[in-house]
Design a protein around this ligand. Sequence first.
Ligand code: GLN
Ligand code: ZN
Length: 650
Amino acid sequence: MARGYQGESGDVKALAMKKWFNTNYHYIVPEIEDDTKITLNADKLFHEYFEAKRLGIETKPVVIGAFTMLKLIRYTGKKTAGDFAEAIIRAYQELLAKCNEEQVEWLQFDEPSLVKDLGAEDIELFHRIYDNILSDAGKCRVLLQTYFGDVRDIYADLIRMPFAAIGLDFIEGRQTCELIEKFGFPQDKILFAGLVNGKNIWRNHYEKTLGTVADLKKKGISVVLSTSCSLLHVPYTLKHETKLSQEFTSYFAFAEEKLAELKELGQLADQDNYQESEVYQKNKALFAGERDCHNEEVTKRLSGVIEKDYIRLPKRSERQALQKKELKLPEFPTTTIGSFPQTKDVKANRSAFRRGEISKEEYVAFNKKKIADCVKWQEEIGLDVLVHGEYERNDMVEYFGEALGGFLFTEKAWVQSYGTRCVKPPIIWGDVYRDKPITVEWSVYAQSQTDKIMKGMLTGPVTILNWSFPREDISIKESISQIALAIRDEVLDLEANGIRMIQIDEAALREKLPLRRSDWYDEYLDFAIPAFRLTHSGVKADTQIHTHMCYSEFTDIIPAIDDMDADVITFEASRSDLQILDALRENHFETEVGPGVYDIHSPRVPSVEEMVQALRLMLTKIEPEKLWVNPDCGLKTRGVPETDASLETW
Ligand code: GLN
Ligand code: ZN
């Protein structure tokens, strides 16, 4: 289901994959057909529970709650959530009954969907679910856990429902404290207070946290200290970071260290005069001290940015006409998103260089050979716009993080992205700046190998920020703007060195869109989109700017995406239905588009017919002069055989 299948028994596409709320973690979207039967199968859960129990450890099983489950399922037939509610509720009731039978002490239901905007129908559905599940709760105590925001639409209801405990996020939940203040919290329930950030790597500010705990206790609330969300989103441990000095690591807490923090905070919260304890004083001193992270040049430059720096001239329609003439592209130009398979030899070359086993010259020569071969092959199969293949990059964000000032990078701080794929997000430690060109040499070399157009390849400021661990001492807006200026320099250097088409990837722009609609613009788009414009507003009219976004779920923010003012955008469209295209037309989308014609997240090779069919369908909705032909995303995670076969197919 995750990878698709192509073999003797048939040809099946993989299930859709989506980002888990506002994180970079992906989940496989469950599909239910009209005749799907829902029954409980909790073997895995109980095996794990008993495995721990045999070691003398009582654990708290965690399952996704029925409400979030119903919201995230994709219903492929005529039926919808309401039609399956009863069967799903029954399965959860059985689960709880089984927990009672096995004398499980706590069962946790995760309901992150509660932090989104909820309508009357949602609230009704939620009641229906839990009024039933909790009707004979037994001894097993149920924790209703929420995270990634506050539950303002349903808080007043929640506290009246028979949960033994409710988990609230105090980090991303901007209104959490306010809600407790306004509606109170019942004395017969326990509050699992998510006060330690489960998404970022900075140490907890004990003074602040303990202040909040004290406030809660004063209200007579029983508090359990907890992380704001699962620790899936942070790296495992600091223990193996041998290269970062104490000056840096003393500010960080990965998952293991967060557990230690929880323990310390718990102990401190129980002491009347915790202010005097050594642990507390040490933490206080850390935050009181000046962190070496400021760069005056950066501050000065940023304050000099004016309104006009955000506007590219002439206007897009004029540019597009000019570019058609100058770049001499055929109708339906073909291109790829940038990376080619990161084969074993590519990785081996990089790690040999890192370990000092080969010289810089040898490292570069190997990559140049790779680039030359890749360019030659793209020419052979007749692609129109070529790429260099990104062989020099470990990862589209880490690579830039390593090259820019202000970032720190780790050795082993991996975070899961999907399946066995992990990323190692850099840490934004201080003000960000670029002191020398990063990609120019590679792009110029690649261009020298062909007369066709070579697309320069950069990662955009929003994505660099979203896939890094951000600072907490300055605003996200400020950090993004600093990165935008650094990328702007790179864009202008590429142009000055003969690169006429530049793609600035914003793969992660959509994923950090606030979960609540009311926050979309104020809290995000109002600065993220201008930051993107700042990166490319300085180029000439006939330099074509591309952007790429993974996933096409931007139907609701199409005007904002058009406002990035790129000339072309490519995005994922093969795993989702093509509704987005209707929305583009309705919104008079000006940017040229390349909705991916095949899915690169699975090794399956698409057939010619299916791609032709996809393109025909696209043409019913997009003007022919605006349509590009490309895969869904970069090819770095794929193997060579399927990549070659897929690209040759078209
Ligand atoms: N240019 C990048 C690549 O091709 C884009 C990757 C992405 O969108 N995640 O790998
Ligand atoms: Zn992508």
